[in-house]
Design a protein around this ligand. Structure first.
Ligand SMILES: NC(=O)c1ccc[n+]([C@@H]2O[C@H](COP(=O)([O-])OP(=O)(O)OC[C@H]3O[C@@H](n4cnc5c(N)ncnc54)[C@H](O)[C@@H]3O)[C@@H](O)[C@H]2O)c1
Length: 422
């Protein structure tokens, strides 16, 4: 197997070293002549444990060379891996000039390949925003190659999940392998470059793979910022941050778990909104700047508006809507700060004919804080509540699934909008 790696930065040298360890022939290409010289001397252009020894051994075995341009290196290659940088522009947007250039260079080099060769796998590992493969890489590749993908080359997006300093170990023991491809099977299992690596493999459309990489990085950054803000708040009230963190992290049921991590409805109920507001206010009182924690309510409000707009977009004027669910989660009659109460109120304001189906709420039990909240935010609740689901569904043009509801058979001839999982 011959593999050409474009970009001898942290990702590129790791890919090169790992492919060399798997016995491949590797050509490293970088526009920086110093990096090329260093690699050709059997050394690593960046500090990454394990790379230097691997390069030195491979040079001695004549399995590693480096060059400033692709030249004819792709003529007999099986795979080219593009690991060029995607730095920030001044305004924070992503700079794609290196990705764009390398796509063109690879496309041009494809022309030199014999039509008998199997398609060159053009694997992009740079971190790129959703849509980049479709709108930048593929057009550049195919314009330069003079033909669409399929016969002579096949573009693949394969994000890198390594961490600098443990990159080689991460490569051989990744949390997952994500392969973005043009259609199922197009990546041809990357000609086996991941064979022998035990990790879940996700084969998905390009944009999913592109987005996953960002979501992962964003979440890591979010976790660091969350932990630091919690630490600052703890210090502001003489609580030991390590004590709080130890207990917080011990909870792998609700805290460090998939729980609460799927897109759906906004949060609500009698605890989360009130407690988030209180901790934010506490931070302000203690003179602690915790912008992440203080932005959570605004984020939730934005999500409630998004859900309302989503419904309106699916419901032209005059649509008769049946909303299933009103309490803030299944198996409780708690209406306090329920996003579904707010949604119903918004839909009424917008002039829709609305019915509400909520088996968790018995009208005769609408008392106390629940009654107060309903009176304040949805005074027409008692008159809109229906108990005969089948009849209400038959009359409706659109049914909103506000929360999971067991034991309710949904009619197959109606339009639905799922608001708790999308
Ligand atoms: N560093 C990481 O830990 C890491 C992890 C995962 C993903 N990524 C992503 O991988 C990509 C590369 O990251 P990096 O840290 O290795 O970047 P880097 O800046 O260290 O290296 C990029 C290399 O590409 C070279 N280059 C630019 N244009 C070229 C071209 N046309 N042909 C050949 N070489 C060219 C540059 O000279 C440079 O040496 C980025 O998109 C980054 O976001 C990085």
């Amino acid at each position: 197997m011959k593999i050409v790696v474009c970009g001898l930065g942290y990702v590129g040298v790791t890919v090169a070293a790992c492919m060399l360890r798997k016995g491949a022939m590797v050509v490293g290409v970088d526009v920086n002549p110093q990096k090329v010289e260093i690699a050709n001397a059997g050394r690593s252009p960046v500090k990454e444990p394990g790379v230097e020894e691997t390069f030195a051994k491979a040079r001695a075995e004549n399995r590693l060379t480096a060059a400033k341009t692709l030249g004819s290196t792709l003529a007999d290659a099986d795979v080219v891996v593009a690991c060029v940088g995607t730095p920030s522009c001044e305004d924070g947007s992503l700079q794609l000039s290196y990705v764009s250039s390398v796509s063109e260079e690879i496309g041009r080099a494809v022309r030199q390949r014999s039509p008998e060769c199997r398609p060159l796998l053009c694997v992009f590992r740079s971190t790129m925003l959703p849509g980049t493969m479709e709108t930048v890489v593929m057009p550049k590749l195919s314009a330069a190659a003079g033909e669409p993908p399929g016969q002579r080359y096949e573009p693949v997006y394969n994000p890198e999940f390594m961490r600098e300093s443990t990159a080689i170990a991460d490569y051989f023991n990744p949390p997952k392998i994500v392969v973005g491809e043009r259609f199922p099977g197009a990546a041809q299992d990357l000609y086996g470059i991941y064979d022998g690596i035990d990790a879940p493999v996700f084969k998905v459309p390009f944009a999913v793979a592109e987005m996953v990489k960002y979501v992962d990085n964003y979440f890591h950054a979010l976790k660091v910022s969350f932990a630091n803000e919690v630490g600052r708040l703890a210090l502001s009230c003489a609580v030991n941050p390590a004590d709080v963190t130890r207990i917080f992290l011990s909870d792998t049921k609700l805290n460090v778990s998939p729980y609460y991590l799927r897109p759906g409805n906004a949060f609500g109920g009698s605890c989360l909104p009130k407690d988030v507001r209180a901790l934010g206010a506490f931070g302000r009182k203690n003179g602690m700047d915790v912008p992440l924690l203080q932005s959570v309510i605004a984020s939730n409000t934005a999500h409630k508006s998004f859900i309302a707009r989503l419904v309106v977009a699916h419901a032209p004027k005059g649509t008769r809507i049946l909303q299933m669910g009103l309490t803030f989660k299944p198996d409780t009659d708690d209406l306090r700060e329920s996003p579904l109460v707010e949604l119903a109120a918004t839909l009424l304001e917008q002039g829709y004919e609305l019915s509400l189906f909520e088996p968790d709420l018995k009208p005769e039990q609408l008392v106390g804080a629940n009654l107060a909240f309903a009176d304040l935010h949805l005074a027409r609740l008692p008159e809109l509540l229906v108990t005969d689901f089948r009849r209400a569904a038959a009359r409706a043009d659109l049914i909103l699934l506000g929360k999971p509801m067991s034991g309710v058979k949904l009619p197959s001839d109606k339009r639905f909008l799922n608001l708790y999982r999308f």
